[in-house]
Design a binder for this molecule. Sequence first.
Ligand SMILES: [Cu+2]
Length: 126
Amino acid sequence: MKTLAKIFMIMILGVSLAYSGGFEKVAQSSSAKVVMSSEKPLTVGNNTIMLSIENEKYKDATVSLKVFMPAMPGMPYMESSTDAVSLGAGKYKADVNLAMSGTWQVHIFITPKAGKKVRIKSSINI
Ligand SMILES: [Cu+2]
């Protein structure tokens, strides 16, 4: 009975988390900080990820996103790249396709009008 109660609690928790809204994660390197977020929880398939660049000097940069999953036993390397659309004031929007559940590596590329290109590494779980 105890186990059943635990399973039930976990199910309730899982449902409430799923409804508590979307996803948010900070991606950071030594030179830039980006908040990744999504209104809806991330799912297998198409997702819209919002990127908010915190650094003043990158607010008008060009931004692209690469998500990839290393090869696994019986499964090839998977990758999806997209150019983020600038919404102004350091906010960007990127549509990404996550072909399967699991951990995806994320590389955010920030190309400023002047100066060095920046790469920020992060990951997302679905
Ligand atoms: Cu995989």
